[in-house]
Design a binder for this molecule. Structure first.
Ligand code: SAM
Length: 248
């Protein structure tokens, strides 16, 4: 998968992608990341990328042309069609389902705003969708772009070693059909030592009984989701087995 980042600070996103699973995805050739700085496409001695908003008011707005030229350069760097995403607090909330959808694209272009944002006309003409990473305002889209790069990179086939397996992760559908109503939080995890002054590992995890362990994990995942994110649990869609586990 190829991701192009259009940003006044593309190195920032590249740095975030240099470590751990995401860095490994790059080394394994599963993800290639490319940065484009609109300042390189700006004209004049000052290479201006922003200007005052029409109608007055505080802040600056990113100019259309340097962004458009960056986008054109990014598109031309690879013949495959690219989905263009503008990171914005006004966008659709990022979810694991959306991450999976993006991870399936061959190419993504992530457009990062700064200041008051980007001239609206560019968004209307060149952007396929707007995505928000939460109901708060960042000073720029780079952190949001790094979040998408990370979440998408770890889903590339071969990026995760078995130890990092995404199978049981929170928000992952538990069945391959991907029924979103069954999305749960992950179960708790334990490792050595078995006994510690902070407590013992639940005995079932050392029983060797895989069916019991799976049942316990499912019960924990259901219970946690119920307590912490009841909005994720659509009771009506729970199987009878899940209902029994939740009630136990
Ligand atoms: N005036 C804009 C508004 O209120 O909608 C906020 C602009 S913000 C200071 C500057 C840039 O940060 C935005 O153009 C966007 O790219 C990015 N940004 C800020 N918050 C974000 C969020 N929650 N999710 C994704 N991107 C965000």
């Amino acid at each position: 998968m190829r991701i192009d980042v259009i940003s006044l600070f593309p190195e920032f996103v590249a740095q975030c992608a240099a470590f751990g699973v995401v860095g490994r995805a790059g080394e394994r050739g599963l993800l290639s990341l490319h940065g484009w700085n609109p300042r390189d496409y700006a004209e004049g001695n000052y290479r201006r990328v922003d200007d005052r908003p029409f109608g007055g008011g505080p802040g600056m707005v990113m100019l259309i042309d340097p962004l458009r030229a960056s986008l054109k350069a990014a598109r031309e760097a690879d013949p495959r069609p690219a989905r263009v995403v503008y990171l914005s607090p006004q966008g659709a909330p990022l979810t694991q389902a959306k991450v999976r959808e993006l991870a399936g694209q061959e190419r993504l272009v992530l457009l990062c705003g700064r200041y008051e944002g980007v001239d609206e006309r560019l968004l209307a003409a060149d952007v396929d969708e707007e995505i928000s990473i939460g109901d708060y305002v960042l000073s720029g889209g780079e952190l949001a772009a790094a979040v998408i790069v990370d979440a998408v990179a770890r889903l590339q086939e071969g990026a995760l070693n078995d130890a990092d397996s995404a199978e049981q992760d929170s928000f992952e559908p538990v069945d391959p059909a991907g029924d979103p109503a069954r999305v749960l939080l992950d179960c708790p995890h334990y490792t050595r030592p078995v006994s510690h002054e902070l407590g013992d590992v639940p005995a079932v995890l050392m029983s060797g009984n895989h069916a019991e362990i799976a049942r316990w994990r499912r019960q924990q995942a259901l219970g946690r989701t119920w307590q912490r994110r009841p909005d994720l649990l659509d009771e009506a869609s729970l199987s009878n087995a899940d209902r029994a586990l939740l009630a136990a």
